[in-house]
Design a protein around this ligand. Sequence first.
Ligand code: NAD
Length: 256
Amino acid sequence: MLKGKTALVTGSTSGIGLGIAQALAAQGANIVLNGFGDVAGPRASIEALGAKVIYHGADMSVASEIEAMMAFAAAEFGQVDILVNNAGIQHVAKIENFPIERWDAIIAINLSSAFHTTRAALPAMKAANWGRIINLASVHGLVGSAEKSAYVAAKHGLVGLTKVTALETASSGVTCNAICPGWVLTPLVQKQVDAKSAALGVSNEEAKKLLLGEKEPSMQFTTPEELGALAVFFCTPAANNIRGVAWNMDGGWVAQ
Ligand code: NAD
């Protein structure tokens, strides 16, 4: 279905980004990988699906590196047809204890990077009259949680950016939507499970149940594979007129 299209997924060396890159690759898209840590493993897992893969290690907190990544992708594959703004980090602390440096990093990586990639990708998408921009927001783009000020502010901002991008492309074949997961058991959340387990002196399994029990009526983690399937759906013709939504996949978190 996506043969000949190029998908750039920021933060795709791990977790949700990797799951989405694999799902898009399975539909035939070329993949531009980005992110830190091991690259060889993620690259091999995508190449095994028959996709062409290139990697750029741009730091999503640095605008000039993002510009270089977008130019690299366009030079290698012609243009970016599907942009998935996924890279993100978390820090948990009360506002009065929140390190200024962590606030700045979260706003830069979880919010501003999507502005930089989107502004670079839009001209070619508009010229082709087809494009998909998918922003990985969070339930925290829709509701708040204590001790996550920067993350909640960034994700609400990302949902806002999604709406404006959708409006500015509304009469074209380019769409922009946000995906809002609840808990997904990736390294980002495992850190929070570990912190809970240590703070309460309970096992990791017990800490996972407590984490889910606080927020998710389904008592189930959403998986990167399920999120990948939703991203693929946004790329189908059936999604041509879905514009500016913030689609939660959260086990009932924000239904409460
Ligand atoms: P993860 O930690 O498994 O992966 C994050 C990815 O981003 C990694 O590839 C990492 O290398 C990359 N990254 C981090 N900082 C970067 C930077 N400065 N420049 C480039 N790449 C960078 O996390 P995840 O859980 O897969 O999260 C992915 C996205 O989904 C994030 O935006 C996160 O906020 C969002 N999200 C996650 C959950 C969850 O429960 N895990 C829930 C809702 C939303």
